[in-house]
Design a binder for this molecule. Structure first.
Ligand SMILES: *[C@@H]1O[C@H](CO)[C@@H](O)[C@H](O)[C@H]1NC(C)=O
Ligand SMILES: *[C@@H]1O[C@H](CO)[C@@H](O)[C@H](O)[C@H]1NC(C)=O
Ligand SMILES: *[C@@H]1O[C@H](CO)[C@@H](O)[C@H](O)[C@H]1NC(C)=O
Ligand SMILES: [Cu+2]
Length: 360
């Protein structure tokens, strides 16, 4: 329902442009085409297509959900894990859950260390939330993990409600239960971070079909929790990030290596969990990925909300390798079969359609 209005706008736009009726017959394909080459002029603000939402879904911190709400979220994730993939870009992906991971693996080089890093992951998390709700009957919203609440000590980090075996996502990998297959440099695997298989919690029996890295192997959910990374996740680190005046400085400080000399909020959270979650390509194989990225999205939204001029502020290159072009609000966020491909403009204001969510 939420996507009907913008979709029509895109179809009308394209139909006008190419004067073709085939366009109207295959709206999804058209939408992809429309956005791939869709340079429609300068960085306009919100057009009439960005209607303010009448209702907002409220995304909440994991530990504020009651046990039933937590169980409902976990069940919905398990439903994605037992639903067949639709048309994944890596054919070995079996489940719909794997399909999201497959798409991330296939596009990772384009959507990190670039201007679209934050908008792309915003749309990915939204697409996942949509899949949980529309394909798995989930009535709740995408929760986030505010790691800054867990950074007092190594003990408090391990004790995070996120790692709870009964009401959370299970705990650490167990040493000696997982052996990495041979891998090359291009998979960017940190072997030390693959401590072992997660042995408790709701995902201990799930078999991933993709990863680690770009490898295609059937394996357990791996972790290697590294609480030393919590220094990159505390409230001082968050403040250092949200204090920055421009999107350019903000996105670089938030994302971390290799542009910054140390981990930051984004890669610090990935490395702190370890295992597949620590990998540049296969990280969405750990369901915690979506709670981490929801919190990064919340941090961006908080920064955007500080000044009206930040709502549509975007910068950075479209790719991490030459030739370099700057992103614009018209730049398409490719989602393949996991969600709707939309221009960056469409995701900037989470209180406008088709987004309609907020953080509480
Ligand atoms: C690899 O992971 C280990 C354990 O989390 C960590 O101590 C180490 O710094 C990581 N190495 C690199 C190069 O990131
Ligand atoms: C925040 O920034 C200040 C000033 O640059 C720096 O001294 C401090 O170490 C930073 N804190 C964190 C947690 O990154
Ligand atoms: C990209 O943007 C930067 C900063 O806004 C600007 O200095 C640079 O000239 C632009 N580069 C290109 C290739 O348009
Ligand atoms: Cu990513």
């Amino acid at each position: 329902m939420l996507y009907t209005a913008p979709l029509l706008v895109a179809v009308c736009f394209l139909a006008t442009l190419f004067q073709t009726s085939i366009a109207a017959a295959i709206p999804m394909a058209v939408r992809d085409d429309a956005t791939t080459d869709g340079h429609r002029g300068g960085d306009r603000g919100p057009g009439p297509e960005h209607k303010k939402c009448e209702k907002l879904l409220e995304r909440r911190e994991w530990r504020t959900l009651d046990d039933d709400e937590k169980a409902n979220y976990i069940s919905a994730v398990q439903c994605l894990m037992s639903s067949p993939a639709h048309n994944p870009p890596i054919k070995e992906a079996k489940s719909r859950f794997d399909e999201f991971q497959a798409y991330h693996i296939s596009i990772a080089n384009d959507v990190h260390v670039t201007g679209e890093f934050l908008p792309w992951h915003r749309q990915m998390v939204k697409s996942y939330e949509n899949a949980l709700r529309n394909e798995c009957g989930y009535k709740g919203t995408q929760p986030y993990w505010d790691w800054a609440l867990d950074t007092d000590s190594a003990e408090s980090f391990f004790a995070s409600p996120i790692f709870d075996p009964d009401t959370g996502f299970g705990g650490n990998g167990v040493l000696g239960t997982y052996t990495l297959p041979p891998f090359g440099d291009d998979s960017r695997i940190n072997a030390t971070a693959f401590l072992g298989c997660v042995a408790d919690g709701p995902f201990k029996d799930y078999k991933l079909s993709l990863g680690p890295g770009k490898l295609i192997t059937t394996h357990c959910l791996t972790r290697g929790i590294d609480p030393s990374d919590r220094i990159y996740l505390n409230s001082a680190a968050v403040k250092n990030t949200t204090d920055l005046p421009t999107y350019e400085e903000f996105r670089i400080e938030l994302e971390g290596e290799p542009i910054t000399p140390t981990h930051k909020l984004h890669d610090g959270g990935h490395a702190a969990v370890g295992g597949d979650m620590s990998n540049f390509f296969s990280s969405p194989g750990d369901p915690i990925f979506y709670l981490h990225h929801a919190n990064l999205d919340r941090t961006w939204w908080r920064w955007q909300s500080m000044k009206p001029s930040r709502l549509y502020e975007i910068s950075g290159y479209t790719s991490s390798t030459p030739p370099f072009t700057n992103v614009t609000l018209d730049y398409p966020l490719q989602m393949g079969t996991i969600g709707n491909t939309v221009p960056i403009r469409d995701v900037m204001d989470i209180h406008s359609e088709p987004n309609c969510y907020t953080y509480v």
